[in-house]
Design a protein around this ligand. Structure first.
Ligand SMILES: [Zn+2]
Length: 158
């Protein structure tokens, strides 16, 4: 059996987008602080809850503390999980069934900037993203079976 490794996962709440609470950015320290932590992606609350509850790695008290820490904008907390290695930890957080992290790219209709983010949201869930110019884009995660995994909502008369 491989040695177990305790990994530090940092969760940080992004500023709210309009009325919607911001997504939660997950970064993992991959080098004991030598290099900047690696950003895994931005998760919705649903996507985060599913992962945190999956293996019973966190006690009810810890889950409550995480929720509380992430309530305010820019709230953050570091959690620790024991894994057989960095690879299995990243695979779990990245490929979690039902809310896999996928690259999302959209062109802002206001300023034409190309925005990119790796987003983990449940199928059918809509997440809000704001461009640097302030314009808000709402993106709905569709079925993982379709090729274009994250489609823009249909805009009537567009
Ligand atoms: Zn823009």
């Amino acid at each position: 059996m491989r040695a177990q490794q305790i990994l530090a996962l940092k969760l940080r709440r992004l500023p709210a987008v309009g009325e919607t609470p911001g997504l939660i950015i997950l970064t993992v320290d991959v080098s004991q602080g030598v290099e900047p932590p690696r950003q895994v992606g931005a998760l919705t609350d649903v996507a985060l809850r599913g992962r945190l509850g999956h293996y019973d790695l966190h006690s009810a008290n810890e889950l409550a503390a995480i929720r509380k820490a992430l309530q305010p904008e820019r709230g953050q907390i570091t959690i620790h999980e024991t894994w057989s290695g960095l690879g299995s930890c990243l695979r779990f957080w990245h490929d979690f069934v039902g809310s896999q992290i996928r690259p999302v790219e959209w062109i802002c209709e206001g300023c034409a900037a190309v925005n990119r983010q790796n987003v983990g949201s449940s199928v059918g869930e809509t997440s809000s993203h704001s461009c640097k110019c302030g314009r808000i884009e709402r993106i709905t995660a569709s079925s993982p079976l379709t090729l274009n995994s994250l489609a823009r909502p249909v805009v009537e008369g567009g």
